[in-house]
Design a protein around this ligand. Sequence first.
Ligand code: GAL
Length: 150
Amino acid sequence: MGPGHRETPDKMTLRFEASCPDGLCPGWSIILKGETPSEANKFEINFLCDRDDRVAFHFNPRFTESHIVCNSFISNRWGEEERCSYFPFATKEPFQIEIYSDDENFHVYVDETKTMQYKHRVEDLKTITKVQVVNDVSISSLEISKKHFY
Ligand code: GAL
């Protein structure tokens, strides 16, 4: 992989991807309903800047570590991880994740419980135009809707 690309030790398996050219943040809410397979290792929800490969928000539950790892990929490198040790996922258990953002933060709810928030590191929120779901997750539904308080 050359410069400007994320380096991933394992091959990524893309499960879902959608673009919104006018930007997803703030204002759009993503609700993912899914289940992880019995041999689940990790999965990711990424909010990306379509134009230049930045990852504004990487939400990465890791079953092997029982941690949720969050980060951003900016200027060709991962920044400082923000880890959440509250791990509400279990293999073969259905879950719902909602992620939306306001001007300051991404907000994450798992099964309607506030799990974490992540302060924006990408300055121009309008450049966040793509969302993707990757790796060990089986998606039963994914809803993208506009929140009305903006
Ligand atoms: C790396 C991993 C990336 C991403 C990053 C988050 O070790 O290869 O996929 O999860 O950590 O900090």
